[in-house]
Write a protein that binds this ligand. Structure first.
Ligand code: MG
Length: 235
C-alpha cells in the first residue's frame, strides 16, 4: 500500500530549471569552465559541490578546491536569486491535491541548498511540506544520484521503499530513487529526451504535472505492489 509521495523540487514543484541553467552558465563563463548548456539538465540533482567538481574536472583535470566551491556556488546562488521568477510548476498544485485526496504523506527530497526556494515551499504549497521532514543539500553527504537522499526521505516519512512513490524530472534523480528501490514517476518538464529518464529506470513518464494529476489514480495503482526493475511505460 502506498503511504507517501516523495517530491523532487526543481523542475517538479518549481519551474526553476531554466534559471538554474542560466546562473550556472554565467558563473562557468566567468571562471572559464567548460560546459554545454544541456549539461546542467544532465547534472540536475547533484549538489553544487559535485557539479563544480565535474566542471573543474573537465576543464582543468582536477576537483574544485573548498574555497572555489564556496565562492563560485555562492555567486551562482546570487545570480539565480536575481533572475528566478519563483513560479510554481504548472499542475504541481493539482498533483498535491490528488496526493491529499488519497491521504498520502508528502515530502521534498532535493539536492538544492538554496534557502530562498526551500523557505518558499510552505507559502506556495501550504500544509504539505514540513521543514523537519525535508531532505536538502544540508542533510546529505553524497546527494543524488546516490540513493542516500531518497533513503533518508523514506526514513523521515517512516515508510518502506514499496510504500512510497517518487516524482522526479532529472535523470540523476530518477537513478537515485530507483537505486533506493522506490517506484519512480518521471515528469519530463525539460529539454532532455524521454529515453534518458526511462533508461534510468522510471516506471512511468508524463510530460507535465497536469497529465500526472489526471492519471494519478492509475499511477498509484501501478505503484502498488511494485517490484523494482518492472517494465517502463511511456504515457
Ligand atoms: Mg529536479
Amino acid at each position: 500500500m502506498i503511504k507517501a509521495v516523495l517530491f523532487d523540487m526543481d523542475g517538479v514543484l518549481y519551474d526553476s530549471m531554466p534559471f538554474h541553467v542560466r546562473a550556472w552558465s554565467e558563473v562557468s563563463d566567468k571562471y572559464g569552465l567548460r560546459y554545454a548548456p544541456e549539461d546542467f539538465y544532465l547534472y540536475e540533482g547533484r549538489t553544487g559541490d559535485s557539479t563544480l567538481d565535474i566542471l573543474f574536472g573537465q576543464t582543468f583535470g582536477r576537483d574544485a578546491t573548498e574555497e572555489e566551491k564556496r565562492d563560485i556556488y555562492q555567486e551562482k546562488v546570487v545570480i539565480f536569486n536575481e533572475i528566478n521568477s519563483g513560479e510554481m510548476m504548472a499542475g504541481a498544485a493539482e498533483v498535491l491535491q490528488q496526493v491529499g485526496n488519497y491521504g498520502l504523506e508528502t515530502l521534498v527530497v532535493t539536492g538544492s541548498g538554496q534557502h530562498t526556494l526551500i523557505d518558499k515551499l510552505n507559502n506556495d504549497f501550504p500544509g504539505y511540506f514540513q521543514r523537519e521532514k525535508m531532505v536538502t543539500a544540508f542533510d546529505v553527504q553524497y546527494g543524488k544520484p546516490h540513493p542516500e537522499p531518497y533513503l533518508m526521505g523514506l526514513e523521515k516519512a517512516g515508510v518502506q521503499a514499496d510504500e512510497a512513490v517518487v516524482i522526479e524530472n532529472a535523470p540523476l534523480g530518477v537513478r537515485s530513487a530507483v537505486a533506493a528501490g522506490i517506484f519512480t514517476i518521471a515528469v519530463n518538464t525539460g529539454p532532455l529526451p524521454d529515453k534518458i529518464l526511462l533508461d534510468e529506470g522510471a516506471s512511468l513518464l508524463f510530460h507535465d504535472m497536469h497529465t500526472l494529476a489526471e492519471n494519478f489514480a492509475r499511477a498509484i495503482r501501478r505503484a502498488t505492489g511494485h517490484r523494482p526493475a518492472q517494465d517502463s511505460e511511456l504515457l
